[in-house]
Design a protein. Structure first.
Length: 420
């Protein structure tokens, strides 16, 4: 039997058995949601234990716990094929954001409640459902390990919400098996999208200083809040559409209802996240501080945008500090991993997911920074970062099936591989 025919047989057998994994997938997701891994503090021990217990039943899978900090535990699971070949890395983060407005939830945020075809819970969209889908895809492929080529490596990481120094970045720096020939992320998105990149970002702190005085004698002081507001207003023209790189310029949703999101993908956006000043109504503030979130599309360099920020703030007596930042990053839509995600998506849903880039950032950027092609395929966020967050079970099942088929194609001698 040729490698191509064997690969086709494995794919056919895998696809025929995917429906049997639906119930275990739902149970695993609910169990992960019941683990409070809110960041802060970012304690991923319980979630890591759930994954390790589930995969321990599969002898073909090698498990490792990597804990640069006692609370921030990463899980690495490796499935080694029967012959040499490429390495595909799955990536998902185990930490979630904190619970927003706990009093407004109709279900316990960490209850893993299932009803009406949904699973509810904090972090189920970002990204316990995606993690469960990847874990289940790894398990579904385990019975075929002898007929696969190369390795499938699952990285369930901590610390995504606070910079990834103890999560994805730590693994990439210390564990060569996590680098791979391609990465598939299950971070939140949409089953209709293959996210090949993401916007860059710059988190800025702006501090204006003045001179205190009493409110009745405001003319004797210098109002730092006024200086800060004037400086912030000077940044408004930064919000504009930008020229995209040629290979991305043609990627658009084509749906009228998506027009605002398409514009956001192509534009610099500004969010004034926090502003603080003063100690009393009748006191001229001597200091004012703001936190600003800038997002920049592919085609615009971070240095260009920051230079423009500095130029616009010049003369406003404002000190600027960059808290964190990253360049826009993307993988070619023609990369093998992108084409395989689209092929698997078409098989599962009847239509190929559209190549697009994310508005937010993800750990996938750390692989792209190392030259590894990376694509994301995840569930749609319903009430993401809001009360009663939930995921559609059918969405999660689609993500699981696409991950499993894509990995099978990548490691099974897919026909498309010959085109590289």
């Amino acid at each position: 039997m040729t490698e191509a025919s064997q690969a086709a047989d494995v794919r056919s057998a895998l696809r025929a058995g995917l429906a049997a994994w639906r119930a275990p997938l739902v149970d695993l997701c609910a169990e992960l949601v019941r683990c409070d891994s809110s960041n802060p503090p970012g304690d991923t021990r319980a979630a890591a234990d759930v994954i390790a217990r589930f995969l321990a039943h599969h002898r073909a899978i090698e498990l490792r716990r990597i804990a640069p900090d006692p609370m921030r535990v990463n899980v690495v699971a490796i499935l080694r094929g029967g012959r040499s070949g490429p390495r595909l890395v799955f990536n998902g983060h185990l930490d979630t954001g904190p619970v927003p407005e706990p009093e407004a939830w109709s279900v316990p945020p960490f209850g893993g409640v299932m009803r009406d075809g949904r699973i509810y819970g904090r972090g189920v969209t970002d990204m316990k459902a995606g993690v469960a889908a990847q874990v289940m895809a790894l398990a579904a492929l385990a019975p075929f390990v002898d007929r696969l080529a190369g390795e499938l490596v699952l990285t369930g990481v901590a610390d995504e919400g606070s910079g990834a120094a103890l999560g994805a970045r730590h693994l990439l720096e210390t564990l060569p098996e996590t680098r791979g020939d391609a990465l598939l992320s299950a971070d939140v998105g949409s089953p209709g999208l293959a996210t090949i990149g993401e916007k860059g970002f710059a988190w800025l702190e702006l501090v204006a200083r003045g001179r205190s005085a009493g409110g009745a004698h405001a003319h004797r002081g210098v109002n730092a809040a006024d200086r800060l507001i004037d400086g912030l207003l000077s940044l408004r023209p930064l919000a504009r559409a930008c020229q995209l790189p040629g290979e991305l310029a043609s990627l658009a949703s084509g749906a009228a209802e998506q027009a605002p999101e398409d514009l956001a993908r192509r534009s610099v956006t500004i969010n004034l996240g926090r502003i603080e000043s003063g100690i009393a109504c009748n006191q001229v503030p001597s200091e004012a501080r703001a936190l600003v979130d800038l997002r920049l599309p592919p085609g615009l360099r971070l240095a260009e945008l920051l230079a423009e920020v500095e130029e616009r703030l010049c003369g406003h007596e404002i000190t600027l500090r960059v808290i964190d930042c990253a360049e826009p990053n993307w993988t070619s839509p023609d990369a093998l991993i992108a084409r395989l995600v689209q092929k698997a998506g078409a098989d599962v849903q009847g239509i190929a997911p559209q190549a697009q880039w994310r508005l937010g950032f993800s750990d996938a950027r750390f692989w792209r920074q190392r030259g590894v092609p990376a694509v994301g395929y995840g569930v749609t966020a319903h009430n993401g970062s809001a009360p009663d967050e939930y995921v559609l079970i059918d969405d999660m099942v689609s993500v699981f099936e696409v991950h499993a088929l894509c990995a099978c194609d990548f490691l099974g001698g897919a026909e498309e591989r010959n085109e590289r």
